[in-house]
Design a protein around this ligand. Structure first.
Ligand SMILES: N=c1c2ncn([C@@H]3O[C@H](COP(=O)(O)OP(=O)(O)OP(=O)(O)O)[C@@H](O)[C@H]3O)c2ncn1[C@@H]1O[C@H](COP(=O)(O)O)[C@@H](O)[C@H]1O
Length: 216
């Protein structure tokens, strides 16, 4: 990480303002910077937070081993810090990272969080990422009666025709300034665009990455 980037992280988080508990620790929630998936939670003390700010990689404090823990040092799954925030009473941190290898949990999963009823580790992601996953699943495991599956079966001819139609419907709804219809037509356009991405094996994360690059 460059000196400028480190300085900017340090500006974002006034280290002496953070409130540590009686063990000198503060919880840090680690989130994927592209789709907001909550990857893990771990503890930091003031020194590990300082190391995180200096290196741009996450450093925690291991309560069981009573030592610093540089995430990914042994596995290679380093977390590069993109953004760091603290909550309104300064006793919790929210850190957005780019996770190398997309594995945050020591069990080899993307996220450490399990769903209560199914015990699956499929992490909650944002609505578009979630829909994209469902669409890819229909592509890879075709299902009777699935509209998505019928689009894949029709290939580019069918998918691209629908994108054209939905785009025109967005335009018409906007021209008429009909707010609920604009939302509905935009949802149709997003959905069909996701089908095109899945058909061409372009990940929605690549689209998010592109948008992130353009942020000013
Ligand atoms: N989000 C969507 C979604 N948005 C829009 N559409 C479909 O896109 C079509 C929109 O086309 P039009 O507006 O032209 O309406 P239409 O005249 O009925 O369309 P056509 O039959 O002429 O193609 C409709 O058939 C909608 O049902 C969607 N179909 C499915 N999903 C999601 O995709 C996932 C998989 O769905 P299945 O493939 O049905 O299992 C599920 O999570 C669904 O919620």
């Amino acid at each position: 990480m460059s000196v400028d980037e480190s300085a900017s992280l340090r500006r974002a988080i006034p280290i002496d303002r953070i409130k540590y508990d009686d063990r000198g620790l503060v919880p840090a929630i680690i989130q994927d910077y592209l789709d907001g998936t909550v990857l893990m939670m771990a503890w930091m003390n003031s020194e590990s937070l300082a190391k995180t700010l200096d290196t741009g990689e996450t450093w925690f404090w291991s309560r069981s081993r009573q030592e610093f823990w540089h995430k990914g040092a042994t596995s290679g799954h380093i977390q590069h810090v993109k953004d760091i925030r603290y909550d309104c009473d300064s006793d919790a941190l929210l850190i957005s990272v780019e996770q190398v290898g997309d594995i945050a949990c020591h069990t080899g999963e993307r996220s450490c969080f399990h769903q209560i009823d199914t015990n699956t580790v499929a992490p909650p992601a944002d609505t578009l990422s979630d829909l994209y996953q469902t669409i890819c699943d229909r592509r890879d495991n075709p299902r009777e009666g699935s509209y998505t599956q019928s689009l894949f079966a029709g290939g580019d001819n069918k998918i691209l025709k629908k994108i054209g139609e939905e785009a025109v419907e967005v335009v018409m709804a906007c021209k008429d300034d009909r707010a609920p219809e604009i939302a509905g037509e935009a949802a149709d356009l997003f959905y069909h665009t996701l089908v095109a991405l899945a058909h061409h094996r372009v990940s929605i994360r690549d689209v998010y990455r592109e948008l992130q690059k353009r942020r000013k």
